[in-house]
Design a protein around this ligand. Structure first.
Ligand SMILES: [Fe+2]
Ligand SMILES: [Fe+2]
Length: 314
C-alpha cells in the first residue's frame, strides 16, 4: 500500500485536488505545483458580453484554479472600442488585478483621464514621451509575491510607436529589482514580430502573451530560458462573430467597401486566455495552457450596445 509520506509532492497536489469528473488544470498530475504562482491572462474583452463573461467566470476560476493574479486586456471593453472608467471598474470588481490595452485604448475620450488616475490600467509602454498613462505596474496581493505587468505594442501593420525591442528590456531590468514574476502583454498583429519579441525576452520575464488579433493560437510553450509564450490569447466575448462584431455588417463592408456600423455580436460568448504557473523564487514559468471557458449568454441575453463606425482592427 502506498504510504502518504512516499508520494512525490507534485503528485500529492493532484490527488488532494482531484474531483470526479474534473479534467481541469487542478487535476493534471505534475501540474498543480505547490508554491507556484498562478496567473490567468484574459484575451481582449469585447463589449458588454465580454464584461459579463468576466464577471460571471473570473470569481469561479479564481477559486477553482487557485489563481493568484488575473490580468485582462480591456482595450475593447467599452462597446467593442476602447475603455472607460465604468468598464474598467466592472473588470476590477470581477477580480481582475491589472488591465492592459493596445491600439484601441484612445477610442473613448475619457481614456486619457482614466490612464492618468488608475495605475492598474496600462497603455502600451512604447508610446512617445509625454503621452498620458504608463506601460507597466507592480501589484501586490497580501501574502503573495508581487507581480509586474508590462504592456507593449508591435509596429508591423500597426501605428508607428517607439521600438518595443529597445524600450522593453530596460523596463524589465528595472522591474526585476522588485520581483522576478513579470507578465508581458504584447499587443501586435504580425506573428513573426510577436515570436521574435517573445524570444528577445526569454529568460528575462515569466510570460509573454500576445493580444490584438482576437484569434487564439495553438503555440503555447515554454522557451528554453523559462519564459511561457503564446502568440495570441484570442478574445473574450461573442465568438459567433467577426472578431466580436456582428457578421452581416462586416460582410457588407467587404462586399461594398461602404462604411457600416459594426455592432458587438451576442452569441456563443467565451472567455479565452491562458493560465501560467510561475516558480516564485526564479520567475521561470513551469506550465502554460490555454483557457476557453463558455458563458451561457442564452440564460442572460445582453442588450445591443453602442457601436463604432468602421472599426477595421482589433
Ligand atoms: Fe488591438
Ligand atoms: Fe482588441
Amino acid at each position: 500500500m502506498l504510504q502518504a509520506r512516499k508520494v512525490p509532492a507534485a503528485f500529492r497536489v493532484w490527488v488532494l485536488s482531484h474531483r470526479p469528473g474534473c479534467e481541469g488544470f487542478c487535476c493534471r498530475p505534475g501540474r498543480g505545483r505547490l508554491g507556484a504562482v498562478k496567473l490567468l491572462f484574459i484575451g481582449d474583452v469585447v463589449g458588454r458580453p465580454g464584461r459579463q463573461a468576466v464577471q460571471a467566470l473570473v470569481p469561479r476560476l479564481r477559486s477553482e484554479l487557485g489563481l493568484d493574479y488575473v490580468v485582462a486586456n480591456g482595450e475593447n471593453s467599452a462597446g467593442g472600442a476602447g475603455i472607460t472608467s465604468k468598464t474598467a471598474a466592472e473588470l476590477f470588481a470581477a477580480g481582475v488585478d491589472v488591465i492592459t490595452t493596445g491600439d484601441h485604448v484612445w477610442d473613448q475620450k475619457e481614456a486619457a483621464q482614466l490612464l492618468e488616475t488608475e495605475p492598474r490600467v496600462l497603455r502600451p509602454l512604447n508610446y512617445p514621451p509625454g503621452v498620458p498613462g504608463r506601460g507597466s505596474c507592480l501589484v501586490r496581493q497580501e501574502g503573495k509575491p508581487p507581480l509586474a505587468v508590462i504592456n507593449a505594442q508591435g509596429r508591423t501593420f500597426m501605428p508607428a510607436l517607439e521600438n518595443p525591442f529597445l524600450l522593453v528590456p530596460p523596463e524589465v531590468e528595472r522591474l526585476r529589482q522588485e520581483t522576478p514574476i513579470i507578465l508581458v502583454d504584447f499587443h501586435a498583429e504580425a506573428t513573426s514580430e510577436k515570436i521574435a519579441f517573445g524570444r528577445l525576452l526569454d529568460g528575462r520575464v515569466s510570460a509573454v502573451i500576445g493580444t490584438h488579433t482576437h484569434v487564439p493560437t495553438a503555440d503555447e510553450q515554454i522557451f528554453p530560458g523559462g519564459t511561457a509564450y503564446l502568440t495570441d490569447a484570442g478574445f473574450t466575448g461573442p465568438q459567433e462573430s467577426v472578431l466580436g462584431r456582428e457578421i452581416a455588417p462586416v460582410l457588407r463592408r467587404f462586399l461594398t467597401q461602404c462604411p457600416q456600423r459594426f455592432e458587438v455580436a451576442r452569441n456563443r460568448v467565451m472567455l479565452l486566455g491562458a493560465l501560467i504557473e510561475v516558480d516564485p523564487a526564479t520567475g521561470r514559468a513551469v506550465s502554460i495552457r490555454r483557457i476557453a471557458e463558455p458563458w451561457a449568454v442564452e440564460s442572460a441575453p445582453a442588450p445591443a450596445e453602442s457601436s463604432s463606425l468602421n472599426g477595421g482592427s482589433a
